[in-house]
Design a protein around this ligand. Structure first.
Ligand SMILES: [Zn+2]
Ligand SMILES: [Zn+2]
Length: 176
């Protein structure tokens, strides 16, 4: 995205729609994941990692509103964490706690989305990412998700997906 913004003030301007090349175009309907990625739509494809248009899934306005609320809460915690100030430790503890409110809500929303397609929930790992990862909820050893180029670990029982190597996944197209 670097260089595509005419103004140095783009951060203060209304965002543009997600570009088409950052939207899932997989030929088959793939599994989904609820994953915060700095944008407005947290619904992503498990295989290509790109955004899945909500209109493809045809869920209710009530669910759309709940997803927007979750995305905002999740983003707020990320902002507090990245600010590296007074709130950093608290925000990090909220993000990594699978039983914390933002993750409880997110897991419920992933469950709601499973009425439309299998949907995982991307739990933030922070800096604690041993390769041999066990599910932080049920403690079963997580399995590698079979499809796609990304290395992703999933707990099939808890519908969790985690990245073993990444503290924070940059948005599609990289950080701008
Ligand atoms: Zn896809
Ligand atoms: Zn589990």
């Amino acid at each position: 995205m670097i260089g595509t913004h005419a103004s140095r003030y783009w951060r203060l301007e209304a965002p543009e729609p997600t570009p088409p090349d950052e939207i899932c175009s997989c030929t088959q309907p793939q599994d989904l994941k609820l994953q915060y990625s700095l944008g407005f739509n947290p619904i992503h494809c498990m295989v290509c990692n790109l955004e899945v248009r909500p209109s493809v899934l045809q869920f209710s306005g009530v669910l759309a509103e709940a997803l927007q609320k979750w995305n905002t809460l999740r983003g707020a915690l990320e902002t507090l964490w990245l600010d590296s100030g007074e709130y950093e430790a608290w925000a990090s503890s909220q993000l990594v706690n699978p039983g914390g409110w933002v993750n409880t809500l997110g897991r419920q929303l992933a469950k709601d989305l499973r009425a439309f397609r299998p949907t995982y929930y991307n739990l933030f790992m922070g800096s604690q990412s041993p390769r041999d990862f066990h599910c932080p909820i049920c403690e079963v050893k997580m399995a590698r998700y079979a499809d796609g180029d990304l290395e992703q670990l999933v707990c099939l029982g808890c519908w969790l997906v985690m990245f073993p190597d990444e503290v924070c996944l940059p948005p599609p197209g990289g950080l701008r």
